[in-house]
Design a binder for this molecule. Structure first.
Ligand code: FPP
Length: 250
C-alpha cells in the first residue's frame, strides 16, 4: 500500500472531521485480551488521526470518547476509561503545545470524576491560544441530551425576557449547543463496520458526508484517514442544490 497523501486535493480538505471510534472491545477480544486493552491501544490511532489531519490542513477533529450511554458499562471499564483519559491528557499536554493543538471538550462534563474535570480544565486553558487544529473530546456526550440542555437554556432566556421567541433561529440554537464554538461537521467517520450515528452530533451532521469502514479503531492509521478523505473528495456535496448550480458556483 503506497502513500495516498498525494491523491488528496489540499484545497478541498474537510474543515471538520468527527469520528466515532468504535471496535476497541472487539479488537481486544480478538487478541484474547480484556476490553480495556483495546481502549489503551486506541491511543495510537487517536494520535495518528490528529497528527495526520493537522498535516493536511483539517482545522477541527472531534472524537466520540465517551457517550452518556457508556456510563452503564461495567464499573471496572468505566473507571479504566476515566483513568486512561486522565493519564493521557497529562502525558500529552507537552505534545499538544509542541504541535499547536487546541484541546476542547463537549458533553455533560460535570458528570465526569473530579480529577478528570480538573485535568481537562487545565489542558483546555493551557492550549486555548493554539491555532493549528482544534481537537475536541466528546465526553459524557449525547446529542439528545445536548439538545434538551440547549432548549432549557433558551427557554430560561425567553422567560427572563432576555430573548424574544421570534428571534429563535438556527444560529441561536447553534450558540446554545456544546459545539457553539465549532463549525458544522463535513465528514463523519465510524470504524468497525457499524453503520449508525449512536446519538453523536445529530444537529451538527445535517450535511456531513458519512464514511463507514470495517477497520477496528485500534488499527486505524494515517492511510485509513487518507482513504476517508479521498472518498469524501470524490463525492459531490450539493447542500440541497442541483449539480448545475454547484458547477456554476465553482
Ligand atoms: C468504542 O469501542 C470505544 C469507546 C466506547 C471508548 C473510546 C475511548 C477511547 C478510545 C479512549 C478514551 C481516552 C481518551 C484519551 C479520549 P467499544 O468498546 O464500543 O468496542 P466494541 O464495539 O468492539 O465493544
Amino acid at each position: 500500500m503506497g502513500e495516498k497523501r498525494h491523491r488528496i486535493d489540499l484545497q478541498k480538505v474537510p474543515n471538520h472531521i468527527a469520528v466515532i471510534m468504535d471496535g476497541n472491545g472487539r479488537w481486544a477480544k480478538g487478541k484474547g485480551m480484556q476490553r480495556i486493552f483495546g481502549h489503551r491501544n486506541a491511543l495510537t490511532a487517536i494520535r495518528e488521526t490528529a497528527d495526520t489531519a493537522s498535516e493536511i490542513g483539517v482545522k477541527f477533529v472531534t472524537l466520540y470518547a465517551f457517550s452518556t450511554e457508556n456510563w452503564s458499562r461495567p464499573k471496572l471499564e468505566v473507571d479504566a476509561l476515566m483513568s486512561l483519559l486522565v493519564s493521557t491528557l497529562k502525558k500529552e499536554l507537552p505534545d499538544f503545545q509542541r504541535k499547536n493543538v487546541r484541546v476542547n471538550a463537549i458533553g455533560n462534563i460535570d458528570n465526569l470524576p473530579k480529577n478528570a474535570q480538573k485535568i481537562l480544565a487545565t489542558v483546555i486553558e493551557e492550549t486555548k491560544n493554539n491555532t493549528k487544529i482544534t481537537l475536541t473530546f466528546a465526553l459524557s456526550y449525547g446529542a439528545r441530551e445536548e439538545i434538551v440542555n440547549a432548549i432549557k437554556n433558551i427557554s430560561k432566556k425567553v422567560v427572563n425576557n432576555q430573548l424574544d421567541i421570534e428571534k429563535i433561529d438556527e444560529k441561536i440554537i447553534n450558540n446554545h449547543l456544546y459545539t457553539f464554538n465549532l463549525p458544522n461537521v463535513d465528514l463523519l467517520i465510524r470504524t468497525s463496520g457499524e453503520q449508525r450515528i449512536s446519538n453523536f452530533l445529530l444537529w451538527q451532521i445535517a450535511y456531513a458526508e458519512l464514511y463507514f469502514t470495517d477497520i477496528l479503531w485500534p488499527d486505524f492509521r494515517r492511510e485509513h484517514l487518507f482513504d476517508a478523505v479521498i472518498d469524501y473528495q470524490n463525492r459531490e456535496r450539493r447542500f440541497g442544490k442541483t449539480s448545475e448550480q454547484i458547477e456554476i458556483n465553482e
